[in-house]
Design a protein around this ligand. Structure first.
Ligand code: PLP
Length: 281
């Protein structure tokens, strides 16, 4: 069955969805996006994503494509029309359609598209074994705090990881891990979670934010500081977070086993807390 997707106010079969070749998302990657997890047909942590979308749009001086109420209704309608039980809703806003010019065209309407993707979030088999990660240089621009669709460096990193039999690449800048190509990065040493502080160098993950809240509620210590790949190799545990993976254990980095190659207690606990909350609805 073909999906029903959303394009500028209309719900249409995916084969009929069209965006102009003059769209600035297509010509300049002049757009931002968000990914919302869906569990048991319900949006998870949706409000946090709207706050980040608002910030991304503001930083790029891009206008909202619709009201916040309409955006939520659109998400819920996509879930309903596609009978989505578990997966994600991807949404993208671009500056809109205009003749090709670098400066911002005046008075154009931003483009909004969205679509669902079925995924196993709760019973993701990778969570049982943990995933492999490789490190790679961080080739991205200086405003990684904005969630733009300009994702060629992350695509290169992810492809390198896949070619090496890994699931994710941790990007490294000045000898320190920044984050994964589509996730935030963490190590655990002596039961303490260590992760890079928020800055323009990484995306402020909504899952990261939820992790901080849950860690506080359950007296798990988090230290925000930079760490090197070498420190990660020697960590007790490692993991990543993202909207579509929640908390995902990492059992190998650059071919070196982490925590004897087993999923450790801290990451197991944090994933369980996440799943509990996500399934509550
Ligand atoms: N870092 C990067 C570069 C990402 O692309 C993502 C998600 O796409 C994340 C971190 C995790 O963010 P979130 O937890 O909001 O999905």
């Amino acid at each position: 069955m073909s999906r029903i997707v959303y394009v500028n106010g209309n719900f249409v079969p995916e084969s009929e969805a069209k965006v102009s070749i003059f769209d600035r998302g297509f010509l300049f990657a002049d757009g931002v996006y968000e990914v919302t997890p869906v569990v048991k047909g319900k949006l998870v942590d949706y409000d946090a994503l709207v706050v980040r979308l608002d910030r991304s749009l503001g930083e790029l001086k891009m206008s909202w494509p619709c009201t916040k109420t309409e955006l939520r209704q659109m998400h819920e309608e996509l879930i309903k029309q596609n009978k989505l039980d578990e997966g994600i809703i991807y949404m993208q806003v671009t500056r809109g359609v205009a003749d090709r010019m670098f400066n911002f065209p005046k008075d154009i309407k931003s483009t909004l598209v969205a679509f669902p993707q079925v995924m196993k979030l709760v019973d993701n088999p990778n969570a049982k074994t943990g995933v492999k990660v490789v490190t790679t240089p961080d080739l991205r621009w200086a405003r990684r705090d904005i969630k733009t669709v300009m994702l060629l460096p992350p695509c290169l990193g992810k492809e390198e990881a896949y070619q090496k039999g890994a699931a994710e690449a941790w990007m490294v800048e000045d000898g320190k891990v920044t984050e994964g190509t589509s996730s935030n990065a963490y190590i655990v040493k002596d039961n303490k979670i260590i992760t890079r502080p928020i800055s323009n160098s990484i995306l402020n993950g909504c899952t990261r934010r939820a992790l901080f809240r849950m860690a506080k509620e359950h007296q798990v210590e988090i230290e925000e500081r930079l760490f090197t790949p070498e420190e990660a190799y020697a960590a007790d545990e490692a993991f990543l977070t993202s909207a579509s993976q929640f908390v995902m254990p990492i059992t190998e980095i650059d071919g070196k086993r982490i925590g004897g190659g087993q999923v450790g207690p801290v990451v197991r606990k944090m994933r369980e807390l996440f799943l509990e909350e996500a399934q509550k609805g």
